[in-house]
Design a protein around this ligand. Structure first.
Ligand code: TIU
Length: 222
């Protein structure tokens, strides 16, 4: 399959060696009262991409593609949360503190659940990650290797933090990655625009970008 209009040039992939990776579409970032809001952000911006993500996820499931869901999550005892991460900035609540949706960014808490619209189905890969990148301190690379995956289609939040970090990690591990432009968002629109540009600059130095409207017809024709 080829996404002819991908930037900076066409992106070729095969279904059997491509995974859809959905980064951190969890209540902590998308709904009020979670980690995103405690950092001072307006979470409504991120809610806007949910329908586009849903359409891609449903189409991808329809063709039997491999799906990976990631979640930024820490252990209840915070053993996997470096003090440097917990103490950073001046949030209203820190990681591990009790918030409106349970303990902030802690595995198993209400805020740490995937939003209902994008909840995983049985058999889909779920990765809890303690860092911003999906590969750091997780089994993701080994799981993708076992499945023969060489290409990754990314969606999720936030563009310049966990999505960009994960795409850079993927790049260094040899994957060809493409970010679906309307299926990712930042609390800072200028940062989203800059992140998309820097990833596809210099001949796709990190990867490609394309609108989901280019992908969906390809999947319908499968
Ligand atoms: N703060 C911010 O933009 N993002 C994060 O902290 N994590 C993710 O991007 N998932």
């Amino acid at each position: 399959m080829q996404l002819n209009q991908a930037q900076p040039f066409p992106y070729n992939f095969e279904l059997k060696s491509t995974a859809l990776v959905i980064i951190d579409m969890q209540r902590d970032f998308i709904e009020p009262g979670g980690f995103g809001e405690t950092l001072g952000n307006d979470v409504s911006l991120l809610q806007a991409i949910v329908p586009a993500c849903q359409a891609v996820l449903e189409a991808w499931r329809g063709v039997g593609g491999l799906v990976v869901h990631t979640r930024e999550a820490h252990r209840a005892d915070l053993a996997d949360c470096p003090p440097a991460k917990r103490n950073r900035g001046n949030p209203s609540l820190r990681i591990g503190d009790m918030g409106a949706m349970g303990r902030i960014l802690i595995a198993g808490e209400p805020g740490n659940q995937f939003i209902a619209a994008l909840a995983p189905l049985p058999g889909e890969i779920v990765i809890d990650k303690p860092g911003k990148g999906a590969f750091y301190a997780t089994p993701l690379h080994e799981l993708l290797q076992q499945e023969g995956i060489t290409h990754l289609l990314f969606m999720g939040v936030t563009t310049e933090v966990c999505v960009q970090t994960s795409m850079r990690e993927a790049n260094d591990r040899g994957y060809d990655s493409l970010l679906l432009e309307d299926c990712t968002e930042s609390y800072f629109p200028a940062f989203k625009a800059a992140a998309l540009e820097m990833m596809r600059a210099q001949g796709a130095i990190v990867g490609w970008t394309a609108a989901s409207g280019q992908l969906l017809p390809l999947l319908q024709d499968c």
